[in-house]
Design a protein around this ligand. Structure first.
Ligand SMILES: *Cc1c(COP(=O)(O)O)cnc(C)c1O
Length: 391
């Protein structure tokens, strides 16, 4: 690059120039193909250039690109009909925004307003975004350290500890916010007992339960919404990442009781729910329903889990165990995972990290048996070359 203009380095660069994406694959400038298990932090779960999404976007580009959601549009009417089929049945209201963090901000504001309380409960290793409200409920001290004071009072409890939740939720708590499977924090999956304890404690003390399904939702774990595995209903749910097949869109959805108390002026967004985003959402949900995405993700997820468990058992000097559920999976290593991520890239697999030691894999639902065999070969090579940490 000849330009002197510098991109702020919030992320370490990967030394790879991409030119094309199709389905579960990406290609670089040299024509080398990569199996995409990074999917832009989970966004491309529906695959690159998902045909339903491309079709809806192309159609919308020729009709109407921008309109405020205060005006009725065909795009909005059609998107709402489809959204109703995808959201959990108990959620009666929704609002559209552009990113996960924005969705979380609205969820927290709604809980603050409706309960009139100002205390939130979150969990160790939780990640909910980096805008100020979302950062307040995000655990990582490295992300938080220069930014206090935060807008809300937050207590972080141990994840998957029903007893801690029962003890700490009281009449001062506005909401408990929880990821059904922790993404950035290390791929821990909530036990059904833990999620039920959160639900029961919230009910007992008039607090709201917010589920952050931004990474775990929309079929990625082999069920439409990961919290439904515990057979519970949330008061507020936030979805984002994979919804629009790569187009920026997020949804915050509310129960009748919460949504009906939100009023004009409480929130808003200029770009939220613009026609192009609605077209992408339509394409995303049509793909979800018409291509049996959830079933396919469940099937592929089972094979991925089994494969990762076998890889771990063959490389115990480098790996501690398999983590995650479905297509939100990974391997806990005995060292920092970034070296393995780099080595996998050389072998044609794009992956990412989670927490301090987890190698994270977020493939599209299109990943095949052959792709998983290819992934296994790459992991075998990388883990075999890794030396155990000096004692
Ligand atoms: C990615 C993510 C967010 C933040 O979403 P952005 O679109 O980056 O703002 C919040 N919560 C979870 C669980 C996420 O994975």
């Amino acid at each position: 690059m000849d330009s002197t203009l510098k991109f702020v380095r919030f992320y370490a660069p990967r030394d790879l120039k991409l030119v094309r994406g199709e389905g579960q694959y990406l290609w670089d400038i040299y024509g080398k193909r990569y199996l995409d298990c990074h999917t832009a932090h989970g966004v491309a779960f529906l695959g690159h250039r998902n045909p339903w999404v491309v079709q809806e976007l192309k159609k919308q580009l020729d009709e109407l690109i921008t309109a405020s959601p205060i005006f009725a549009t065909q795009a909005m009417e059609e998107a709402v009909k489809l959204l109703e089929k995808a959201l959990p049945k108990n959620l009666a209201y929704f609002y559209l925004l552009n990113s996960g963090s924005e969705g979380i901000e609205l969820a927290l504001k709604a809980a603050r307003k409706v309960t009139k309380r100002r205390r939130f409960i979150s969990f160790i290793n939780a990640f909910h975004g980096r805008t100020m409200g979302a950062l307040a409920v995000t655990w990582n001290p490295r992300y938080r350290k220069d930014y206090d004071p935060f807008p809300w009072e937050v207590e972080f409890l141990p994840y998957n500890d029903p007893g801690a939740v029962e003890k700490k939720v009281d009449e001062n708590v506005a909401a408990v916010i929880v990821e059904p499977v922790q993404g950035e924090g290390g791929l821990a999956a909530a036990s059904p007992e833990f999620l039920r304890a959160v639900r029961d404690s919230c009910d007992r003390h008039g607090a709201l339960m917010i589920v952050d399904e931004i990474q775990s939702g929309f079929g990625r774990t082999g069920i439409l919404w990961a919290h439904q595995r515990a057979d519970i209903k949330s008061d507020i749910m936030v979805a984002g990442k994979s919804l629009g097949g790569g187009f920026p869109i997020s949804v915050t959805a509310f129960s009748e009781e919460v949504g009906s108390k939100l009023e004009a002026g409480d929130h808003g967004s200029t770009f939220g729910g613009n026609p192009l985003a609605l077209a992408a959402l339509k394409g995303g949900i049509r793909a979800l329903l018409e291509d049996n995405v959830v079933e396919k993700a469940a099937e592929a997820g089972k094979l991925l889990t089994k494969t990762l468990e076998e890889v771990v058992s063959e490389h115990e000097s480098a790996a501690r165990g398999a983590r995650g559920i479905g297509l939100m999976a990974g391997i806990e290593l005995r060292t920092n995972p970034m070296k393995a991520v780099q080595e996998l890239q050389g072998r044609g697999v794009l992956a990412l990290r989670a927490g301090l030691t987890v190698l994270r894999l977020l493939p599209p639902y299109l990943i095949t048996r052959r792709d998983i065999e290819f992934l296994r070969g790459a992991l075998d090579g990388v883990l075999a070359a890794m030396k155990p940490e000096p004692a």
